[in-house]
Design a protein. Structure first.
Lengths: 472, 220
């Protein structure tokens, strides 16, 4: 019965809820982490280059030119001690226009004997450019440069470069990313716990329902008691209705089985007694065959009667049952024509509305009309007339089915007797004598009625009133 | 008259077989729907008695297949559930009559007799051919009101011919309908029985049509 493990997980409501939540949360956190890291990195880099720009401005302001037009810069004028400590991470350099000979004409002391090599690019006067290059000790450097030209002398452009080590910035970004990842992971764990709790609390009624169901299965409870969330309550109500109906059907079936067993015991006892007597006096058992025949007949009537009742009872309590009259009557008339072909009867069915329907089970309608038509065919001389019409009454729509035959009919004072169970007025015509009684019982179960009259064509008229099905 | 009996309950099948054979029918039987369908579709029968609750293939399906294949033999269905629903389904599937279990043997025999007569378009249970009369109910044969004593084989042969007055019936057809499929059909028993019948009835009653078969002619 247990499905495969993978399938089992997919079919778990809890797993589905958890999986969906976790995927969404993890995705959101990863995206947030990436965004925050990139924002922080941008911010730090901007700060960093702003600092460099300030340094560049300072260098630019301190730069002077001698009579030959060569740039001069007094290292004493620069206050930052990093300018003079070798490989301190903060450098400046002045390149001439002729890059091959004039690279690094002036350099900070911190550069020691190294020069900064910049990609050559066309520069507008005064504009600031940013580059990233390898520094003297192999560290990554961020450089800002500016080209300046003295206006009063022969125009020789000079490139002023200020560079700074990115090591600290990179490590700061790294530290920030580490902390960010750790806090996001903690957040993820927290959200997971919340999701678990949510699913557990949300699905708790289902687990309670499962326990109730197990009680029902174990037989300790008859129905699913208790209030459930409004999403599942309709389901529970329907299920309870099914359980109630089941219990009712089982009770009824038990009662009927009991009745039937009881009813059959009597003929069995009679036969058993007769058999015992026959064993004692084998010479005086001439009547044994007749007795067995008789008692088997009695038992058979009981079986027929209870079967018919069981069929009728099973149909009860099914709301919305509806069966169109015309096809049922048509099918039964075909049976009658075939089975009573010998008698050459004329079976006439008056035209009826195509949507005229009976509010009940098709089998019950067949049982009612089949028995009545069969009776009519057994007694009729030549003709049988069938008609069905809707009638209006106080308790909702009903319909009336009339079956006339031209047989001998039944005297008015004997009409009640034939409706009684097992009555047979004429033993010469085959039949169990249950037909009319079963019809009466079935019609009664549907709250209808059966009336016997004299038919205008000479024989018996049977009028059946039944609840009418609502046209769809 | 040859009858196909399809019934899965061995007790009921044996009872039916005995009853039918005592009434002068030749019986072939099957205990499931598939074999029953095959027998009915390949052999010649005068009627079939078909139980509805059969193993392998249910009775309604057997009946529908026969009718779809154009088989017209009269079929009587037996049902254990005496419900009109099943009766309607059976008749609509092509059955000619139904009988609900349990039933009396006499009723079954009466219905089968009626089915076979109806299939030949004969209305009366007493078959008449001139002064010769055969009462299918009692199995009595009379000539000019005088009782004629026939053995069961002679009766079967005459009954088959009486059901088809004026029609030429071939020797093969007679063999097929008067003996079950296990019978050795090469023998010339039909001729022997025709000879015996001619001695008991006016000889010209059974006419031999050379190369075709026999025909029943109203005796003078």
């Amino acid at each position: 019965m247990k499905p495969a493990a993978g399938l089992h997980w997919m079919r778990s409501l809890r797993f589905r809820l958890l999986a969906a939540t976790l995927v969404a949360v993890a995705l959101a956190l990863v995206l947030a982490g990436l965004l925050l890291a990139s924002l922080f990195r941008d911010h730090v880099m901007r700060q960093f280059s702003q600092g460099l720009n300030a340094q560049l401005d300072q260098i630019t302001a301190r730069l002077e030119f001698d009579a030959a037009g060569q740039p001069q810069l007094d290292p004493q004028a620069l206050t930052d001690p990093r300018w003079s400590r070798p490989y301190s991470g903060l450098y400046w350099q002045v390149d001439g226009a002729n890059i091959e000979q004039q690279r690094g004409v002036l350099r900070s002391r911190s550069l020691w004997d190294a020069t900064l090599v910049l990609p050559s690019d066309a520069l507008a006067d005064g504009a600031v450019h940013v580059h990233e290059v390898k520094g003297p000790d192999g560290a990554r450097l961020l450089l800002v440069e500016r080209t300046i030209t003295r206006d009063d002398l022969r125009a020789t452009p000079w490139r002023l470069i200020v560079g700074s080590d990115l090591r600290e910035t990179v490590s700061a970004v790294g530290r920030f990313n580490g902390v960010l990842a750790a806090s996001l992971a903690a957040l993820l764990a927290l959200l997971c716990a919340a999701a678990l709790a949510q699913v557990a609390i949300g699905l708790a009624p289902l687990r309670a329902l499962q326990r109730r169901l197990m009680l029902v299965r174990a037989g300790t409870a008859q129905r699913l008691d208790g209030m459930f969330p409004q999403e599942v309550q309709p389901l529970i109500d329907d299920f309870n209705a099914v359980l109630d109906r089941n219990a009712e059907v089982v009770t009824r079936a038990r009662a009927q089985a009991g009745n039937l067993a009881h009813a059959i015991k009597t003929p069995l006892a009679a036969m058993s007694q007769a058999a015992a007597a026959a064993v004692q006096r084998p010479d005086a058992c001439a009547d044994l065959a007749t007795l067995v025949e008789e008692q088997v007949g009695v038992a058979r009537r009981h079986v027929d009667w209870h079967l018919a009742r069981a069929r009728a009872a099973a149909a009860q309590g099914l709301p919305g049952a509806r069966v169109t009259l015309q096809p049922v009557i048509g099918g039964l008339l075909r049976v009658m024509e075939r089975v009573h072909a010998e008698r050459r009867l004329t079976l006439q069915c008056a035209p009826m509305a195509a949507d005229l329907a009976f509010a009940g089970e098709v089998q019950d309608l067949q049982e009612i009309l089949g028995n009545l038509l069969d009776n009519a065919c057994k007694w009729a001389r030549h003709e049988i007339h069938v008609s069905a019409t809707p009638i209006e009454s106080a308790g909702g729509g009903r319909l009336r089915i009339v079956i006339d035959d031209d047989g001998p009919g039944i005297e008015p004072d004997r009409r009640d007797a034939v409706m009684a169970r097992g009555a047979r007025l004429d033993e010469s015509v085959p039949g169990s004598g249950l037909g009319l009684a079963i019809v009466n019982e079935l019609v009664g179960l549907y709250g209808g009625s059966v009336q016997l009259y004299a038919a205008p064509i000479g024989g018996l008229r049977v009028e059946v009133e039944l609840p009418r099905g609502i046209p769809t | 008259m040859r009858v196909l009996l399809v019934e899965d309950d061995p007790t009921l099948r044996a009872q039916l077989r005995v009853g039918l054979e005592e009434a002068g029918y030749v019986v072939d039987e099957a205990d499931n729907g598939r074999d029953g369908h095959h027998l009915g579709a390949t052999e010649s029968f005068d009627a079939a008695i078909l139980d509805l609750g059969l193993p392998v293939l249910d009775g309604i399906s057997v009946l529908k297949r026969w009718r779809e294949a154009g088989l017209t033999l009269p079929v009587m269905i037996l049902t254990a559930r005496d419900s009109w629903h099943e009766k309607v389904a059976g008749i609509d599937a092509g059955a000619d009559d139904y009988l609900a279990k349990p039933f009396h043997m006499e009723e079954l025999l009466a219905r089968v007799r009626a089915l076979i007569r109806r299939a030949q378009g004969l209305a009366s249970p007493v078959l008449q051919c001139g002064t010769l009369a055969l009462d299918t109910r009692s199995g009595r044969v009379t000539l000019n009101g005088q009782s004629v004593n026939l053995t069961s084989h002679e009766y079967r042969l005459l009954s088959y011919l009486m059901h088809r007055p004026g029609t030429v019936v071939s020797r093969t057809e007679l063999t097929e309908h008067l003996y079950s499929q296990d019978f050795d059909r090469d023998s010339n028993t039909i001729e022997v029985f025709v000879g015996r019948l001619r001695r008991k009835l006016p000889p010209e009653t059974i006419e031999t049509i050379r190369g075709m078969g026999y025909r029943l002619v109203a005796p003078p």
